[in-house]
Design a protein around this ligand. Structure first.
Ligand code: PLP
Length: 443
């Protein structure tokens, strides 16, 4: 028994003692295929020698230097790299220690942009139900998952939520994809008008929704419309690519596939691939210019921002991904994963939807395929699948329950970008057995 506090007081996680490539080994000598990168983090797999060597080199030079006194070569190089590869208009990168910190910083940068321009009235943040933006109070306020928010509600800043773009659940019978995309985006226009356009600060969205809904991609020209609505009303567009970004969907940024660029973007998980905790906010030149031409000081900071060890790890991860053209593998293996999931689950009586982009794919489980009725959340099917998968030696990322719009259990797969065909075949075979086992328990 340990005094280390785990998130659950009832379940003691297994102890990991080794990790290499796609495999994590526990203290009892059992191997698990990491088919979800933890939480879509381990994009290069585990124990990559070049990343470890970069960490050693950095530790031997400057392990830590406070940004109030110094910058470092590693942090500058990472900032430059992130901006060079960023969508149009992005001019600067702000390095923090994770996804929630990045979202907090983005929200504060948005507010500071407004106040520096004399637009004090802009304070409302709009986000989408069925989104997750992090667990700190500001990020939690932006997120739309009631299960995570309910207990803390009195402490959360007031945000406004519109429907997500979630075709499987929300597209109506007889409605074309284009009509549905227009209707879903129209919710933003309506909400901005309801609140008063000059009072709205920002709209926050994950281009491909991750943790709360399981790899839900947008349809049609949804995001082009969103971009256009934000521009028309002077509302900043914050894209949260903490989970779906940094190559996970087959392009470096998921928004590239939507043909739009944000005003602010958050990235984290795949940035450092889990070798160090790191996140970043990418901000457009116009935001930088407003602050630089105004107070000249971003009113936000953390002790570990721009941490050289984290920056060195992220740089090494990103260099290996680019050098080995791993995004091509994400696209190819993503296609193979989708094919295998379709073969394995396409006709399954309890799999209602298979969706995703690149190596970010999910299946949604339903009690009835015809009506799309979810299983009773009390059955905790997703948790049963996770447990059964671990017995099979497989790590997957299931979530679910019927919680304010999160209808149905789903299982998210996000294997490292180095995954090969044979690994995917093994992953899908094991997942099939785990799903059947869990369904057998509740039958
Ligand atoms: N934003 C999104 C889209 C996420 O998926 C997450 C984490 O899952 C976060 C923010 C929060 O990131 P972190 O857990 O690193 O604080």
């Amino acid at each position: 028994m340990t005094h280390l506090l785990h998130r659950s007081t009832r379940i003691q996680p297994r102890r990991a003692v080794a990790a290499q490539g796609l495999t994590i080994t526990d203290s009892e000598g059992r191997d698990y295929i990491d088919a979800c990168g933890g939480a879509a983090v381990s994009c290069l797999g585990h124990g990559h020698p070049e990343v470890i060597a970069a960490l050693h080199r950095q530790a031997d030079t400057v392990a830590y230097a406070h940004t109030g006194f110094f910058t470092t070569e590693a942090a500058e190089a990472l900032g430059d790299r992130l901006v060079a590869d960023a969508p149009d208009g992005i001019g600067h990168a702000y390095l923090v220690s994770g996804g929630s910190e990045a979202v907090e910083a983005a929200l504060k940068l948005a507010r500071q942009y407004a106040t520096e321009r004399g637009e004090d009235g802009r304070r409302h943040v709009i986000a989408r139900r069925q989104s997750y933006h992090g667990n700190t109070l500001g990020a939690l306020a932006a997120g739309g998952n009631e299960w995570r928010r309910a207990q803390f509600r009195p402490l959360l800043m007031e945000t406004h939520h519109i429907a997500p773009c979630f075709a499987y659940r929300e597209q109506e019978e007889g409605e074309s994809e284009a009509e549905y995309a227009a209707r879903a985006a129209g919710e933003l226009e309506a909400k901005i008008r309801e609140l008063g356009p000059e009072s709205v600060l920002a709209f926050v969205a994950e281009p491909v929704v991750g943790a709360t809904a399981g790899a839900v991609p947008p349809v049609g020209d949804y995001f082009k419309r969103i971009r256009e609505i934000c521009d028309r009303h002077g509302v900043l567009l914050i894209l949260d690519e903490v989970m779906c970004g940094m190559g996970r969907t087959g392009t470096l940024h998921a928004c590239e596939q939507e043909g739009i660029a944000p005003d602010l973007m958050t990235v984290a998980k795949g940035l450092g691939g889990g070798y160090q905790p790191i996140g970043a906010v990418l901000l457009s030149q116009k935001i930088f210019d407003a602050i630089s031409g105004g107070s000249g000081f971003f009113q936000h900071g953390h002790t570990y921002m721009g941490h050289p060890m984290a920056a060195a790890a992220a740089l090494a991860v990103q260099e290996v991904i680019a050098r080995d053209d791993l995004l091509a593998n994400v696209r190819e293996m993503g296609g193979h994963l989708r094919d295998r999931l379709t073969e394995g689950f396409g006709a399954h009586p309890h799999v209602g939807d298979i969706r995703g982009r690149g190596l970010f794919q999910a299946i949604e489980l339903v009690a009835d395929r015809e009506t799309k009725a979810p299983f009773d959340p009390g059955l905790k099917l997703h948790a049963r699948i996770k447990a059964a998968a671990m017995e099979e030696g497989l790590m997957v990322y299931p979530m679910g329950g019927t919680i304010d719009g999160v209808r149905g259990d789903h299982v998210l797969l996000a294997p490292p970008f180095i995954v090969e065909r044979a690994d995917i075949d093994r992953i899908v075979a094991r997942l099939g057995r785990a799903v059947d086992h869990a369904l057998g328990e509740i039958a």
